[in-house]
Design a protein around this ligand. Structure first.
Ligand SMILES: Nc1ncnc2c1ncn2[C@@H]1O[C@H](COP(=O)(O)OP(=O)(O)O)[C@@H](O)[C@H]1O
Ligand SMILES: [Mg+2]
Length: 210
């Protein structure tokens, strides 16, 4: 069975949902976002269903879902609850493997008074793909993210660079992060199943995802 993947990113709005839609389409998998905030503006699960043309049956409902577009720890606090990692378990039955799991924010986004997204990543145990910008600032953000993941004993499969091509930054990420760039997503005029599959064919390292 194809192995699950956890999609994290160097930041919010970096392209995690675009990358998740691409992977779930290309690998014929199932999508799950365990913690969603900002649901008042739509959920990432709905966005992935649109972009990847995925039926709802190939998604797993969120375990925690909050309306305000704020950090999970704040959204939970406002709702009067505490997010508990012990209550977030990989579903035992999924319609199609692999399970593509999308995080919220970056790896050190807090989810309760003492734990961060990184703790959830460690608990779920899937190898991680890091969504990174190609733009200035990415070397620092990406290497920090990779180091935090490895420091917690998490397997980093690789980095996917998103945005206008910047080979110098890409090489620097590989060198200073000691991590492979396993894919590139250019800025797309139209994000849809067809363009996402084309990008996977042309700009992803197929061996990293087989
Ligand atoms: N490769 C891309 N091509 C075009 N637009 C993109 C691309 N990547 C991200 N975007 C834009 O940036 C927004 C944020 O991306 P998203 O995947 O939702 O980020 P995240 O999940 O990390 O918060 C998207 O709604 C989309 O408009
Ligand atoms: Mg997202």
């Amino acid at each position: 069975m194809a192995e699950d993947l956890f999609v994290t990113g160097t930041d919010t709005h970096v392209g995690k949902t675009v990358l998740s839609a691409l992977l779930v389409a290309a690998l014929n998998g199932t999508y799950w976002k365990p913690i969603q905030t900002g649901a008042s503006e739509g959920t990432d699960r709905q966005q992935v269903m649109r972009w990847a043309e995925l039926p709802e049956s190939r998604t797993v409902p969120e375990r925690y879902c909050f309306d305000p577009p704020v950090s999970p720890h704040l959204a939970a606090e406002a709702a009067g609850i505490t997010i508990e990692i012990s209550r977030i378990c990989r579903p035992s039955q999924i319609p199609a493997a692999p399970l593509i799991i999308e995080g919220a924010g970056g790896v050190l986004a807090p989810i309760n008074g003492s734990e961060m997204m990184l703790d959830l990543i460690g608990k779920l145990g899937a190898p991680v793909v890091v969504a990174s910008r190609t733009a200035l600032g990415t070397i620092n953000h990406t290497v920090l993210t990779v180091r935090a993941l490895r420091g917690a004993g998490v397997c980093v499969k690789g980095v996917v660079m998103i945005g206008p091509e910047n080979l110098d930054n890409e090489r620097a990420v590989e060198r200073y992060g000691a991590v492979p760039v396993v894919g590139r997503i250019p800025m797309l005029d139209r994000i849809c199943r067809r363009t996402l599959l084309q990008v996977f064919e042309s700009s992803f390292d197929r061996r990293a995802f087989s």
